[in-house]
Design a protein around this ligand. Structure first.
Ligand code: ZN
Length: 132
C-alpha cells in the first residue's frame, strides 16, 4: 500500500467512520460518495457516521499460511463481521484462539498494530476485532 493512500485513510482506520444515506438510512463502510440505492437523489444527503465498532461474526476463515510479517502469527482467524449498523467488514480477530471463533459471536473493534515496515520501522495501526 502506498503511503499517501494510507494517510488519506487514517480517519477511517482510527475511528471506523462510515456514512449514512439520509433518504433510505443505509449505512456504508468504507464511506461512499453517493448511495447506490437512491443514486442522484442521495447527493447532499450522505452524512458521516461514526460506527460503534460492535457487531457479530458473519463468517470466518483460519489463516494457516501467510507471508512476511504475518508469518509469525499463523494460525489466526480472519472474519467477515456484520456491524450493528449494517455494513460488512473484513478483519482479523485477536485475543482468541482459532477454535474460539464462532459464527454469530459478538465482537467489537480494537485498535492494534497491523504491521511494521521492515525497511523504515514505521508502525501501521488499524482496526482488528476481539470477542466481547
Ligand atoms: Zn439511499
Amino acid at each position: 500500500m502506498s503511503v499517501p493512500r494510507f494517510w488519506r485513510e487514517i480517519p477511517q482506520r482510527y475511528n471506523l467512520i462510515g456514512n449514512k444515506c439520509e433518504i433510505c438510512s443505509k449505512v456504508y463502510f468504507p464511506p461512499r460518495e453517493s448511495c447506490p440505492v437512491c443514486r442522484r437523489k442521495s447527493i447532499g444527503h450522505i452524512k458521516d457516521l461514526k460506527l460503534s465498532g460492535k457487531g457479530e461474526v458473519f463468517t470466518y476463515s483460519i489463516i494457516h499460511v501467510s507471508s512476511g510479517e504475518f508469518e509469525e502469527q499463523v494460525p489466526y482467524p480472519i472474519a467477515i463481521i456484520k456491524l450493528d449498523e449494517g455494513p460488512m467488514i473484513t478483519a482479523q480477530i485477536v485475543d482468541c484462539d482459532p477454535d474460539c471463533v464462532k459464527i454469530g459471536m459478538r465482537v467489537e473493534s480494537t485498535f492494534r498494530q497491523i504491521q511494521q515496515d521492515g525497511y523504515t520501522g514505521a508502525l501501521y495501526y488499524g482496526y482488528k476485532f476481539k470477542k466481547v
